[in-house]
Write a protein of this length. Structure first.
Length: 330
């Protein structure tokens, strides 16, 4: 392993873990033009560390039903956009053989860099290979934000964790089982017939297989779970910190490390990116809606508990006295 590769790996981890600090600096100079109007900026008033952490966990846990509601709203909000994305995926599938062949010959053969393997606890799927960089970075972001009592960082880390879990369930367990697309032959340009479980036919869908909870070559190509998960996390980070360059740049560098190991049609990766974006956006919008609802509820309670005094000061003039009378009422 070269020194430059080690430096690249260390730089990736450092940039991702320190992301919260960069975002906080941006917030301090007022870079918040693209933040959704429903986002509640609560970092300006600090609660205690445990209270902040509790509020974050409460939002993340109780916001789960809303996550899927927001995903559905995103799909149904503008049917033209949804149809355009679906049409784009369909076009990639139709042209997948020449496109993927070009990708294999020009990208996979020329992009040659790898990260050193990180230690993973046991045989955990979520800490396998390059995935460990993403997961350890999210853990580091949460730990640092918890110590610093930084709510946005905690929310970004936990929402990113949800994005990974949803990506696994939606992409790996659900969609792959439905579509059953076979993975492409590893060398489409050699002209030789593909051998199962691979194929040179991009329309080879619905291969019957048992429910897969782990990755494998048999009918598990569409959509790419890695693309789904990486784009979902990038979308969460981008929306939480109002910065697109760092999260999307980081996951792109991570995705193309050992790129020929993905073994996907290009259409699989495009579909995964779109599904991941949908997942990440739904999670963040759900969290913001939950926080807004809670803030409105607290505001109503405060108004109800507030004691309002009405008073009048009236002059009194009579034969026996001259003065003022104070009338007070609740």
């Amino acid at each position: 392993m070269t020194i430059s590769t080690k430096r690249t790996a260390i730089l990736f981890l450092f940039s991702f873990i320190s992301f919260s600090g960069i975002a906080r600096k941006q917030d301090s100079v007022g870079v918040a033009a693209d933040i959704d109007s429903t986002k509640i900026l609560t970092d300006t008033v600090k609660d205690g560390r445990f209270k902040t952490a509790g509020e974050v966990w409460k939002t993340v846990v109780f916001g789960v039903p809303g996550d899927f509601v927001q995903m559905g709203k995103t799909v149904s909000k503008d049917w033209r956009v949804t149809a355009a994305y679906a049409g784009g995926i369909a076009l990639f599938v139709l042209a997948d053989k020449p496109v993927t062949q070009w990708y294999q010959d020009n990208v996979e053969k020329n992009v040659k860099y790898k990260f050193p393997k990180l230690a993973n606890p046991g045989n955990s799927r979520f800490f396998y290979g390059n995935d460990a960089y993403l997961n350890y970075s999210i853990m580091g972001l949460y730990a640092g934000s918890l110590i610093a009592n930084y709510k946005t960082g905690q929310m970004a880390a936990l929402n990113s964790t949800k994005a990974l879990v949803y990506s696994y369930l939606i992409s790996q367990v659900f969609l792959k089982s439905i579509f059953g697309r076979r993975r492409p032959d590893l060398t489409l340009s050699d002209g030789k017939p593909a051998k199962l479980p691979y194929t040179d036919n991009p329309y080879d869908f619905f291969a019957i297989h048992r429910l897969n909870f782990t990755t494998g070559p048999s009918g598990t190509s569409f959509p790419s779970m890695h693309a789904t998960a990486y784009f979902a996390v990038a979308k969460v980070m981008a929306m939480e910190f109002n910065n697109y360059w760092i999260p999307y740049g980081a996951v792109t560098v991570l995705f193309f490390a050992d790129v020929d190991a993905h073994q996907h049609w290009v259409g699989d990766m495009v579909a995964g990116g779109i599904v991941g974006t949908l997942i990440g956006k739904g999670i963040v919008l759900s969290s913001r809606a939950w926080e807004k609802k809670q803030a409105q509820r607290k505001s109503i309670q405060n108004r109800q508990n507030k004691i309002n005094f009405n008073y009048q000061v009236l002059p009194v003039v009579s034969g026996g006295m001259t003065g003022l009378t104070l009338h007070m009422s609740l």
